[in-house]
Design a protein around this ligand. Structure first.
Ligand code: PEP
Ligand code: MG
Length: 352
C-alpha cells in the first residue's frame, strides 16, 4: 500500500546515507536493467553475455560449432557482431550514466550444445555433422571444462568480437549524447597469463574505435587459484569481482547444479551445514580466500576496486561479511537490491 511503500522507501534512503558498500544488480537485458534502476541499483555489476546467444541465435551458435577453420569462424563472428552491438546499446542506454560490467561469454558447453538425444536420429548431413561435433566436445565435467576465458582463448576472435561490439556500442551512445560507462570483465581466470592475453587483444581492438570512452578491463575471481594468486592478477586487472557461485563450487569440490537435489538436505538435517554454502558465505572457506585476495590484490594495486556478483551479493549475512572485508560493492538480482541496500546500511552502524 502507499504509506507502507513510502515508509520502506524512507528506510532505504536512510540506509543509503549510512552504507559504504555500493549496490549494483545482475542484469542482461534493458528490461532487467530498468527494473534494477527502479530498485535503486547504482549500475550493473554483472551482465552475463552468454544468455544473448540462446533463443533464435542458436542457429548461429550451431554454425560456430560446425565451422571449419578460422575463416568460417570469422564469418559467423561477423554476423554476431551487429547483434551484440545492438544488445550492448540496449543495456548501456537503460543504465546511462552508471557503470555496466559486461562479462565476456562464459557458457558451460552443456547448456549450449544441442542435446545429444535430439540428434540421435540424425538424418541430414548437417545433423550428422552436429552429432559428431557434440560427441567430440562432450565433457565429463562441463562446469570444470571449456568455459569462460578458456573458450575465449580456444576460439580465436570470439572475445575480440564481443570487445569490438562493446566499444562500438559505447561510441554510438556517445555520439547520441549518452554517457555510457561499460567495463569489460573476463570470466574463470585462474592464471594471470590468461588475463594478460585477453587484455592485450582487447586493448588492441579498443584502440581502433573512435569516440569510445576509456573502458576498464577487470576479472572475475571465481577459481580458487585466482584468489591465491590475486597479487599477480591485480597487475592485469583494473577491478576484481568475486564470483562466489563458482568459488563455492570449486572450493568445496561439489556441483552447484546438483547439490540441492543430492546430499544438501541431508547435510542440513545432520547439522554439517547450518545453511547452504551457496546461499550464505562460508567464512572459514571462501571467506578466507576472499580476504586473502583483497589483501594481495590491493597490496599489488592500491585502491583496486573490488566487488562481488555471485548469489551471495544479495544475502543479508553475506552482505555484512563483504562490508567487513572492505569490498567496494555487491551486485545481486534486481529483486534483492533493496535488501542489500538495507543490510549494507545496517552493517555500517556501530556494533556492540
Ligand atoms: C559466479 O560464479 O558466482 C558468477 C557470478 O558467475 P556465474 O554464476 O555466471 O557462473
Ligand atoms: Mg561463475
Amino acid at each position: 500500500s502507499g504509506p507502507l511503500v513510502s515508509a520502506v522507501g524512507r528506510l532505504l534512503a536512510h540506509a543509503d546515507t549510512l552504507r559504504r558498500l555500493g549496490v549494483q544488480a545482475n542484469a542482461d537485458t534493458p528490461e532487467d536493467a530498468a527494473r534494477a534502476r527502479r530498485f535503486g541499483a547504482a549500475g550493473i555489476g554483472l551482465c552475463r553475455t552468454e544468455h544473448m546467444f540462446l533463443g533464435p541465435r542458436r542457429a548461429l551458435v550451431e554454425r560456430l560449432i560446425l565451422a571449419q577453420g578460422e575463416q568460417e569462424v570469422g564469418a559467423v563472428l561477423e554476423e554476431l557482431l551487429p547483434l551484440q552491438r545492438a544488445d550492448f546499446i540496449g543495456v548501456l542506454a537503460a543504465m546511462d550514466g552508471l557503470p555496466v560490467t559486461i562479462r565476456l561469454i562464459d557458457p558451460p558447453l552443456h547448456e549450449f550444445l544441442p542435446p545429444l538425444e535430439e540428434l540421435l536420429g540424425a538424418e541430414t548431413a548437417r545433423e550428422r555433422a552436429l552429432l559428431a561435433a557434440v560427441r567430440r566436445m562432450h565433457e565429463s565435467n562441463p562446469m570444470l571444462g571449456l568455459r569462460g576465458v578458456r573458450l575465449g582463448l580456444a576460439i580465436p576472435g570470439l572475445f575480440a568480437m564481443q570487445v569490438r561490439a562493446i566499444g562500438e556500442a559505447a561510441a554510438i551512445r556517445v555520439r547520441d549524447g549518452g554517457t555510457p560507462r561499460p567495463e569489460i570483465m573476463i570470466p574463470l581466470v585462474g592464471d594471470v597469463r590468461e588475463l594478460a592475453l585477453v587484455r592485450a587483444e582487447s586493448e588492441r581492438v579498443l584502440a581502433g574505435i573512435d569516440d569510445a570512452p576509456p573502458i576498464p578491463i577487470g576479472t572475475m575471481i571465481e577459481v580458487p587459484r585466482a584468489a591465491l594468486t590475486a597479487g599477480d592478477i591485480a597487475g592485469q586487472a583494473e577491478f576484481f569481482s568475486f564470483g562466489t557461485n563458482d568459488l563455492t563450487q570449486m572450493t568445496w569440490g561439489f556441483s552447484r547444479d546438483d547439490v540441492e537435489a543430492s546430499f544438501l538436505p541431508q547435510y542440513l538435517r545432520l547439522g554439517v551445514f547450518e545453511t547452504s554454502p551457496f546461499e550464505t558465505i562460508d567464512r572459514r572457506g571462501i571467506g578466507r580466500l576472499i580476504e586473502l585476495a583483497v589483501k594481495e590484490g590491493r597490496g599489488a594495486r592500491p585502491g583496486l576496486r573490488i566487488g562481488v556478483c555471485g548469489e551471495h551479493g544479495g544475502d543479508p549475512d553475506s552482505v555484512w561479511f563483504f562490508h567487513d572485508a572492505d569490498l567496494d560493492y555487491v551486485s545481486c538480482s534486481p529483486y534483492r537490491v533493496p535488501v542489500a541496500r538495507l543490510e549494507a546500511g545496517r552493517a555500517a552502524l556501530p556494533r556492540r
